[in-house]
Design a binder for this molecule. Structure first.
Ligand code: LP5
Length: 242
């Protein structure tokens, strides 16, 4: 019987980095098949400009996800700031269930909130303004109606602007804001939060309304392939080489 749940985020899969794609498909074909569920908490892809973009390099990723869900492993997906345009076609093709921005789950009796984490970076005012624009439904519809070439160009231009902007920002500004963390946890009545986005893997322990609380931050897949494994008895980080 499968009795563990795996969490990953920030893989930033990109056709130009076949090693990470291979490591991920191997992870799906081997380790993930032993779990009862796999949660991908955003930024599975480096940049997603629409489900109609059939990049050949990413076809093995879709196939491996589809195969995993066909084997009975529940597959859940949240949007990240790079792949907020992942939609129903992708989910249908892979068997993934798209979760809302904040999702409360019960992990073997522990209530836990799942988020990508970018909405918690409230000190990064320029990013939050950009995010509001990019999440606007009318803007998204208009963007997705453009030819692929135009979308590629817009995405590359935004990446360049973002890279320039992040170089000029202080690291603290690009981290989550503790008041926003506490507000999210309180509103969902949880003492546990798992998120990605900041690429600063850690387990932060703090007091929340007189009770012990934990914020687990997932690592990216740029420096080390890693996942969080939760069972009824413990939560543990795991790292592996391809
Ligand atoms: O991504 P990362 O971690 O390096 O930086 C993020 C924030 N940046 C972003 C932008 C993404 O990198 C771009 C992803 C493109 C994917 C394709 C999507 C579809 C194409 C859309 C084409 C318009 O998320 C960064 C944060 C950082 O995390 C830490 O939290 O700081 O935010 C910024 O850098 C934002 C800048 O401060 C402001 C940039 C202004 C650009 C104005 C462009 C206007 C275009 C508006 C379109 C509606």
């Amino acid at each position: 019987m499968r009795s563990e749940t795996l969490f990953i985020a920030d893989l930033h899969l990109d056709g130009n980095e076949p090693e990470t794609i291979q490591a991920f498909t191997q992870f799906l074909e081997n380790r993930a098949t032993q779990a009862e569920a796999l949660y991908i908490l955003g930024d599975l892809f480096e940049a997603w400009i629409g489900d109609d973009d059939e990049q050949a390099a990413l076809i093995p990723v879709k196939s491996a996800l589809a195969s995993l869900s066909k084997q009975g492993v529940s597959l859940y997906l949240q949007h990240g700031n790079r792949d907020f345009l992942l939609g129903t076609d992708f989910c249908q093709a892979t068997g993934a269930k798209l979760l809302p921005e904040s999702q409360k789950v019960s992990l073997y009796g522990t209530e836990c909130l799942l988020m990508h984490g970018d909405s918690l970076c409230t000190d990064d005012v320029a990013y939050q303004q950009l995010r509001a624009q990019l999440h606007n439904a009318a803007w998204q519809q208009q963007f997705l109606a453009q030819p692929l070439a135009a979308r590629y160009q817009a995405a590359a231009s935004l990446r360049a602007q973002s890279q320039q902007a992040t170089q000029a920002k202080a690291a603290e500004i690009m981290d989550v804001n503790q008041t926003a963390v506490v507000a999210a946890m309180r509103s969902h009545q949880v003492q546990h939060l798992i998120h990605g986005h900041t690429h600063r893997p850690a387990c932060h322990q703090f007091d929340l309304d007189g009770q012990a609380a934990e914020r687990w931050v997932l690592g990216d897949w740029q420096s080390q392939y890693n996942y969080l494994c939760c069972s009824a008895t413990d939560w543990q980080w795991h790292c592996f080489d391809a």
